[in-house]
Design a protein around this ligand. Structure first.
Ligand SMILES: NC(=O)c1ccc[n+]([C@@H]2O[C@H](COP(=O)([O-])OP(=O)(O)OC[C@H]3O[C@@H](n4cnc5c(N)ncnc54)[C@H](OP(=O)(O)O)[C@@H]3O)[C@@H](O)[C@H]2O)c1
Length: 249
C-alpha cells in the first residue's frame, strides 16, 4: 500500500563544507536550477528574484564540487556571468582533493555575438578565462573576447553538440560538470540522457504569466524520468535532489 513520509528531517544544519561532503566527489553531469512554486524559471527575464541565501549556499557548494561550470549563451547574456569565485575554505578543500582552486567557466555558444563588454570577458584574467564551446566551422573571427575557443561538431541545428562538448570536457580532465542552465541547454542535456543528477530549488513564490520554465525545448516524446534521492529544507525553500536516467557520454 502506498504511504507518505516526511522527507525533511530536522537534522543538523548544513553549511557549505557539509554540503560539499554531501555532494561527494563522483565524476558526472549535474544540473542546478531554481523554479517558483508555479514552475517559472525567471522573473522579469532574470533568475535573481527566485533565489535566496539558502539557494546560494547550495549553488556555491555545487560550484565547489565541479571542475567546469557549463552554461548556455542565453544565460550569460541574461545573467552577466563573470569569473567564478569561491570562498577560501572551499578553494582549499578543492586543492586538497586535487582540483583547481576554482572551476572553469564554459559557455555553449551558437551565434558568436556575445558582447565583448560582458563581465564573462571583461572581468576575467588569464587564470579565469572562459572557454567558448562552438560548432566547428562557425565563424570565430570576431576579435578577442578574452576566451579559449573549443570546437566540437555541429548538431542538427548547426549549434555545438552538447554530447561532444561533454566528451571533450571530460577528455580535458574536466569530468565533474555543473550545468546552471539555462532552460534550452538543460532541455537538450536532459533530453539526450546526459544528466546524472538534477538539483531543483523550489522558490517560495508564485509568479504567474507564461514565461520560461526550467526546460525550454519541444515536448519530449518520452518524459525524462527522475528518481528522488534527497530533500533538504531552507527556511521556506525546498531543495530536491534527483537522479536522472543517463546514457554514457
Ligand atoms: N531558473 C534558473 O535556474 C535559470 C538558470 C539559468 C538561466 N535562467 C534564465 O534562462 C534564460 C535564458 O534561457 P535560454 O534557454 O535562452 O538560455 P541558455 O540555455 O543558457 O542558452 C541558450 C543558447 O545557447 C546557445 N547554444 C549553444 N549550443 C546550443 C545547443 N546545442 N542547443 C541549443 N542552444 C545552444 C544558443 O545561443 P545562440 O543564440 O548564440 O545560438 C542558445 O540560444 C534567462 O532569462 C536566464 O535568466 C534561469
Amino acid at each position: 500500500m502506498p504511504v507518505l513520509r516526511r522527507r525533511i528531517p530536522s537534522g543538523d544544519p548544513l553549511g557549505s563544507s557539509e554540503l560539499l561532503e554531501w555532494l561527494g566527489t563522483d565524476l558526472g553531469v549535474r544540473a542546478n536550477m531554481v523554479a517558483s512554486v508555479d514552475g517559472r524559471a525567471t522573473v522579469n527575464g532574470r533568475v535573481g528574484h527566485l533565489t535566496g541565501p539558502a539557494d546560494q549556499l547550495l549553488l556555491v557548494a555545487l560550484r565547489a564540487w565541479c571542475d567546469v561550470l557549463l552554461v548556455g549563451a542565453g544565460t550569460v547574456r541574461a545573467e552577466g556571468y563573470g569569473a567564478i569565485d569561491l570562498p577560501e575554505e572551499l578553494q582549499e578543500l578543492r586543492v586538497q582533493r586535487g582540483q583547481a582552486p576554482r572551476p572553469v567557466l564554459a559557455v555553449l555558444i551558437g551565434r558568436h555575438d556575445l558582447d565583448p563588454a560582458l563581465p564573462v570577458f571583461s572581468e576575467t584574467g588569464p587564470d579565469t578565462r572562459p572557454w567558448l564551446i562552438s560548432a566547428a566551422g562557425s565563424d570565430t573571427s570576431r576579435p578577442d573576447r578574452n576566451a579559449h575557443i573549443l570546437e566540437v561538431s555541429a548538431g542538427e541545428d548547426g549549434r555545438p553538440s552538447v554530447r561532444e562538448a561533454l566528451q571533450t570536457l571530460r577528455g580535458a580532465g574536466l569530468g565533474r560538470v555543473l550545468s546552471e542552465g539555462g532552460p534550452t541547454i538543460l532541455g537538450h542535456l536532459l533530453g539526450q540522457g546526459l544528466v546524472n543528477e538534477l538539483f531543483l530549488t523550489v522558490s517560495p513564490q508564485v509568479v504567474g504569466g507564461d514565461g520560461l520554465r526550467i526546460v525550454h525545448v519541444p515536448e519530449y516524446q518520452n518524459p525524462v524520468e527522475l528518481t528522488l534521492s534527497d530533500v533538504l529544507g531552507g527556511a521556506h525553500e525546498v531543495f530536491l535532489r534527483y537522479a536522472a536516467g543517463t546514457r554514457p557520454v
